[in-house]
Design a protein around this ligand. Structure first.
Ligand SMILES: NC(=O)c1ccc[n+]([C@@H]2O[C@H](COP(=O)([O-])OP(=O)(O)OC[C@H]3O[C@@H](n4cnc5c(N)ncnc54)[C@H](OP(=O)(O)O)[C@@H]3O)[C@@H](O)[C@H]2O)c1
Length: 245
């Protein structure tokens, strides 16, 4: 039985990971800002077999609450074996271009709030010499593109931060797993026309849980995104400037 803290627990991807852990009989502490939604998920996870499900509600941009959030997890779970950080917003690139305030808010939600949590959680796990932290970044962080570089740059920061953190904590036996999903059919992408490159949150969750079990470092989900992003990263700048995607 694992003790798992899920931050951003109302995310569709996180909920599907939680269902897998519930079926294994794990104990779950769910952190989200929407109290009603997280309670519905908590009840469902109990029915699905979770040995214990507790909740804590906060807006994750309220970084002054992060210490309290982690204390709530320790109170509920005792030791924490696994942490999944899943919250995020898909930035409106066009309106960010017209507003510094909105741009910084998006960087706050998609990068700084996670970095605050990662710093606090990493220090706790380092002191215990054990544990796994998994963060959902994105393929969008691999190369800034005109259509979504605010969101992409925030995710790039998360990817680079977790790369350094992983190296720092290697000797402490703490694993850092960075997930880079491509397009996933969740509430975040409602309104997008779905095509062959799109994955379901159920499939993505299976890959995330497997990556955590195997203590992988960086995982593209689905795996074909590794090749797509390798290609995109290697497009020469002279061509990249002229293409639109
Ligand atoms: N869907 C994709 O195509 C895709 C691709 C690559 C990466 N990702 C990443 O995958 C992760 C999960 O997203 P998803 O696809 O599962 O989308 P989702 O279902 O829309 O989940 C996003 C979650 O983030 C929460 N959230 C946002 N801002 C928050 C805040 N300030 N405080 C607390 N919670 C906050 C939302 O809470 P509310 O419900 O209260 O708004 C929601 O539960 C995100 O990090 C996203 O960037 C998604």
């Amino acid at each position: 039985m694992k003790r798992i803290l899920i931050i951003g627990a109302t995310s569709a991807i996180a909920e599907h990971c939680a269902r897998i852990w519930a079926a294994r009989g794990d104990a779950l502490h769910l952190v989200a800002r929407n109290e009603q939604h997280v309670q519905v998920i908590a009840s469902d996870l109990k029915v699905r077999g979770a040995s214990e499900v507790t909740t804590y509600c906060t807006d994750l941009n309220d970084m002054d609450k992060h210490e309290e959030l982690l204390s709530s997890a320790e109170d509920a779970l005792g030791e924490v074996d696994i942490v999944l950080i899943a919250h995020g917003t898909l930035s409106n690139q066009k309106s960010c271009e017209l507003s510094v305030e909105e741009t910084l808010q998006e960087i706050q939600t998609n990068a700084l709030s996670s970095i605050s949590l990662l710093t606090l959680i990493a220090n706790k796990l380092e002191a215990k010499n054990r544990g796994t932290i998994c963060v959902i970044s994105s393929v969008a962080g691999d190369r800034g593109r005109a259509s979504n570089y605010v969101y992409g740059s925030a995710k790039a920061m998360v990817t680079a931060f977790t790369s350094g953190l992983r190296q720092r904590l290697y000797k402490s036996n703490v694993s850092i797993v960075t997930i880079k999903p491509g397009f996933v059919d969740t509430p975040m992408t409602t309104g997008f026309r779905k095509g062959v490159l799109w994955a379901k949150p159920t499939t993505v969750a299976v890959s995330i849980v497997k990556a955590i079990d195997k203590k992988k470092a960086e995982v593209y989900v689905p795996s074909f995104w590794r090749l797509i992003m390798l290609t995109i990263r290697n497009i020469p700048n002279t061509i990249f400037l002229r293409v639109k995607f």
